[in-house]
Design a protein around this ligand. Structure first.
Ligand SMILES: [Zn+2]
Length: 220
């Protein structure tokens, strides 16, 4: 038996890691990742801030294909597509100030530590449209929370964890997850290979969107 076959399903006791800070206006946040792309997400559906199927607060970086794969699973260069206030870790005043909805502050000042700066910076073209494509200084971030704490999304129906049931989504391929009902429906498709999986997904997902509510996607 190979080690991948022997791997047990995610134990139900494993929970999502939530970020709480003075900057997030009492809403818990979470992190998600697909390959080298990092996201700030909502761990639950908050009716007043987004549609039930929409959990992505913002993208946190530009995926860097030059990084070693294992390294990219724990590190990224912070360059959010939503405005952040400048982060000054050395300024004493900043230890009590509130920067409401500033992604870098919500990420680094979480009461449960999830990430820290490595101290390295580099210039990148800003992902925030308000910067009109100008170069900005990006901090390198090291993620110190376990992968199991990241919020997962079903690749097929784009359902998110925390939509009612407490069970975690399970992995069917590298960094790709599915829910129980899609798992049952797609066992045949899976046996037919990745081309058919993709075809099923592209046919199923738009139907779901028009009949229910818009869902955002980690996989897009
Ligand atoms: Zn699903």
């Amino acid at each position: 038996m190979s080690s991948s076959e022997a791997k047990p399903a995610q134990p139900p006791t494993t929970t999502v890691t939530t970020l709480n800070s003075r900057h997030s206006a009492h809403l818990s946040l979470s992190l998600s990742r697909y390959k080298r792309q990092w996201f700030l997400t909502y761990p639950r559906a908050y009716g007043m801030v987004a549609f039930p199927g929409q959990r992505i607060v913002c993208r946190l970086n530009t995926p860097d294909q030059t990084l070693d794969e294992a390294y990219a699973r724990k590190h990224f260069w912070f360059n959010a597509d939503m405005a952040s206030q400048p982060y000054n870790p050395s300024e004493k005043d900043d230890e009590t100030k509130r920067y409401i909805s500033s992604p870098i502050h919500m990420l680094l000042d979480s009461e449960t530590p999830v990430a820290r700066l490595t101290g390295r910076t580099r210039a990148e073209k800003s992902n925030n449209w308000q910067d009109n494509g100008k170069e900005v200084v990006c901090h390198e971030v090291e993620v110190i929370m376990p992968d199991e704490g990241l919020v997962r999304q079903c690749y097929y129906c784009l359902g998110w964890e925390g939509e009612g049931e407490e069970t975690r989504l399970t992995s069917f391929a590298d960094e790709t997850y599915w829910c129980e009902s899609c798992q049952k429906q797609n066992t045949v498709g899976l046996a037919m290979g990745s081309f058919w999986q993709k075809l099923v997904r592209d046919k199923v997902t738009p139907t779901l969107d028009s009949n229910t509510f818009p869902r955002d996607s980690l996989y897009a």
